[in-house]
Design a binder for this molecule. Sequence first.
Ligand SMILES: [Zn+2]
Length: 417
Amino acid sequence: MSHFLKAAQLIDGTGHAPLRDPLVEIAGGRILSVRQGPAPEGAKVQEFPGGTILPGLIETHSHLNLPGNGLTLEEAMREGPEVMLATAMGNAATALRAGITTIRDLGAFGTTSISARRAIELGYAEGARIMACGQPITITGGHTWYMGGEADGEDGLRLKVRQMIKDGADFIKVMGSGGGTLGTMAWRPAYSLPEMQAIVGESHRNGRMVTVHCLCAEAIDIAITAGVDQIEHAGFITGPGTQSYDPAVADRLAASGIPVTSTLAVCGTILNALRALESPRPDQVAFLDRWVKTLAMNMDHGRKLREAGVRFVAGTDAGWRYTSFDSLVQELELLEQIGMSRGEAIHAATGFAAEAIHLDGRGTLAEGMAADILVSPGDPLADLDALRDLSLILKDGVSVMPAGRAAMNPVAASCPA
Ligand SMILES: [Zn+2]
């Protein structure tokens, strides 16, 4: 038995102009048709006058093990794998209730993200559908090594890729430079070009895409040459606390067509959290000052990369520091601030995100696609904030209770000591 959704407009996730007066027919968790006009006589119809129908959002960069409440990676990783799995389940539920029907995990401890994916697939727990890489592959002592992904040398990396696939990885994540883990160097590439080529060759031979965390220009350059499928962050860090945009590498990145995950909100949520403190200590003020500067640089580089022709998909780095699992709307607002239209920002979290992460059958609303559908009572093309207020969330056609505006993007009260 099919049922229908009616609203004022429909954003189909392809980046095209909205469809006025849409009628969406759903049955068995799939979309049977998207058309205009009235529903058939006697049909079961849910009407949302003035509302907008759009695809469920896709969060392309998260770490489901991490609480996103201000803890550092080192602090969060002191918990055992059972706590990490429970944390992942809670985060997947938070994401779904914020309208994120698919969430991609970009690195977790052991097999915890893969187990979380399984429990949700089986229907034993409610949560966003998970795409998981298992452990992020990293050099010995490299960024996030605590998660168990250390591997070095061409043979060692081929073996590690095979192990991740054996564990059930949907795709392969590589730490191509250092990052926020203590003792790593974000301004230096982690792997040599032959090592990166070994990872890409072995992954592609097994039908898995590769995405690479890159915080410096040289790492981006190696990733492009090795033929990776996606780049995370695309930062231009040159040393502790310094960045310098590299136009030649940016042009190469644009020409490659490799999509980049934006992760702007990871700094934005830190600012929100620290600004919410009533009487911050001097060290907290210094910390805030540092992140104000970092966000400003990241926004400037994001704007320049976009102007150079680089295509962004939306991802927040949820879990990292203060980035909660309902922060994706903030990411879209920051993408608007670097020059995207609101329609383009929504495309970056729906159809284009699905294309970039090789998520088939989802991300757009059309006949035969999964019924991952949101309805906002407002118009997100007029104000992206309308995405914080959802009247309906369907995942595979099954209705989920929205979190509600008041619960969205909570600002963490805690702060690093
Ligand atoms: Zn990350």
